[in-house]
Design a binder for this molecule. Structure first.
Ligand code: SF4
Ligand code: SF4
Length: 251
């Protein structure tokens, strides 16, 4: 009769919440630091961040980046400083999305989106060129015909995705550690791993609102206390960001 227990277990599962989704028709939200296909970022004034230094190509374990730098034309510079990335290619037949190129880049020029749903039928399409990688005039990644972009796939493409950026150091929690970028401006700083998540903050606000409604003055006091705590966390080290940022950006 033991096998009937198995049927019973299967039957009981029919009444539990379904955790599978109809992928690819339905995509689940992706983690903020997911490694997808790259973009080459631009500053808020539209200039390219890449200076053609080739550090990304040098560090790439799969040898899939090809970069050539060239002197900026004085009358129409492409990037701040002396040089810019004249040729930039990534071979996605080789890339393992380790993000070492992102970590190595001194100007936060190369970062990754959360887009990994792309496939191609030719070698030419698999090798992304600079034109395809540089963000558009709205700061958003270009959407290529063989890529399946959905809302949210192009969020959080900027330098703050770097695992070893200064903001990965606890002393930099709450301080911006990256340059502003086209379409986004200067992004808000990270709050550290122990900071409450957006979901936790939303749940706390909801609970506080419920307490206010049901218990009058008692709920209000609780809400006030929590608000002060978060505010302090957020303000920590909020000063002197501009200098650090500017140095990081323009080297
Ligand atoms: S993610 Fe890794 S493998 Fe891909 S281009 Fe960057 S360094 Fe190379
Ligand atoms: S993407 Fe960054 S590391 Fe690579 S060549 Fe450009 S500036 Fe240098």
């Amino acid at each position: 009769m033991g096998y009937l227990d198995g049927f019973g277990l299967t039957f009981m599962k029919l009444f539990e919440e379904t955790v599978t989704t109809s992928y690819p028709d339905e995509k689940r939200p992706k983690p903020e630091r997911m490694h997808g296909r790259h973009v080459l970022n631009r500053y808020e004034d539209g200039m390219e961040k890449c200076i053609g230094c080739e550090l990304c190509a040098g560090v790439c374990p799969a040898k899939c980046i090809y970069v050539r730098g060239e002197d900026n034309p004085p009358e129409a510079p492409v990037s701040p400083g002396e040089r810019f990335g004249f040729i930039y290619e990534i071979n996605y037949l080789r890339c393992i999305h380790c993000d070492l190129c992102v970590e190595a880049c001194p100007t936060q020029a190369i970062t990754e989106t959360k887009m990994f749903e792309f496939s191609f039928t030719s070698r030419e399409d698999a090798i992304y060129t600079k034109d395809e990688l540089v963000v558009g005039d709205d700061g958003q990644p270009k959407h290529l015909p063989w890529e399946d972009w959905r809302p949210g796939d192009d969020e959080h493409t900027s330098a703050w995705m770097r695992a070893t950026s200064p903001s990965g150091d606890v002393r930099y929690v709450g301080r911006v550690g990256w340059a502003g970028e086209l379409g986004y401006g200067v992004r808000a700083p990270e709050l550290g791993q122990t900071a409450p998540s957006a979901e936790e903050l939303a749940a706390a606000a909801k609970a506080a609102a419920h307490d206010d409604h049901g218990h009058g003055g008692h709920g209000h006091d609780d809400h006030h206390d929590h608000g002060d705590h978060s505010h302090d966390d957020h303000d920590h080290g909020d000063h002197d960001h501009g200098d650090h940022d500017h140095e990081a950006a323009h080297g």
